[in-house]
Design a protein around this ligand. Structure first.
Ligand SMILES: [Cu+2]
Length: 85
């Protein structure tokens, strides 16, 4: 289980963009996205954390690795970088 905090993921469109980006590199991955916490949790089948991070970054977002078990959602205010602004 790999978790990222993606603070510039701000709406459903961002969620689907990130979902697609992850599926491109790991089509069997299980994604769990909590938009309100800007949290993307991925259970990968073939990609590793670095590849997943790169895929999200290439989709235009800024993933910050989060230890999956400890997860104090640093309530960072969402930046204004939404793709669908
Ligand atoms: Cu968006």
């Amino acid at each position: 289980m790999i978790a990222f905090e993606v603070n510039d993921m701000t709406c459903g469109h961002c969620v689907s963009t990130i979902t697609k980006a992850v599926r491109v590199i790991d089509k069997g991955a299980i994604l769990n996205i909590d938009l309100s916490k800007h949290r993307v949790t991925i259970d990968p089948t073939e990609a590793d954390a670095q590849e997943l991070s790169d895929a999200i970054r290439e989709a235009g977002y800024t993933p910050t690795p989060v230890p999956a078990s400890t997860a104090p959602a640093a309530a960072t205010k969402a930046r204004g970088g939404c793709c669908c602004g």
